[in-house]
Design a protein. Structure first.
Length: 152
């Protein structure tokens, strides 16, 4: 029995490692401000929800596109934001929290970045001064996403 568990754990690690490696260079909001202070780059934020099937499809497109992964890692800080996260987020020296609305709600940072247009996934491009340069609500094909990101 222990041997089966050991084999399962090893197999899981071997199978999951390539998938995790292909997720792309995703930054967290926790490290973003420090990274921006040392090496400023534009920021790309993908806003998603756990229930959004288009968001999952967008993730697959990014994993399957070496060009997108390279662009996101070299030219941008790529951050993902769950629009329904209940965790406070410090962004650009401001703390944003979850805004409950009935049984659900929306994170205040997601609402601000999406300009109160809830559509998932949503793409936000900010310059090195945290100013909005582009906003696109909805899923983008990999070539369209590449074109959007190459323009900024």
């Amino acid at each position: 029995m222990i041997r089966r568990i050991f084999i399962y754990v090893i197999y899981s690690i071997l199978v999951a490692t390539p998938v995790l490696a292909q997720q792309g260079p995703v930054f967290s909001f926790v490290h973003l401000q420090d990274s921006m202070a040392v090496h400023p780059k534009p920021i790309v934020i993908k806003i998603y929800t756990d229930w959004c099937s288009y968001c999952k499809m967008q993730d697959v497109q990014i994993r399957r596109s070496p060009a997108l992964q390279q662009l996101l890692s070299e030219k941008y800080y790529y951050v993902t934001l769950n629009a329904e996260s209940r965790q406070p987020i410090v962004f650009n020296d401001t703390t944003y929290s979850f805004i409950p609305y009935g049984a659900q709600g929306l994170h205040a940072l997601a609402a601000k970045l999406m300009q109160h247009q809830a559509a998932y996934p949503a793409w936000v491009v900010l310059d090195t001064s945290y100013q909005l340069k582009a906003f696109y609500p909805g899923m983008l094909k990999d070539k369209s996403l590449l074109a959007l990101l190459r323009n900024y």
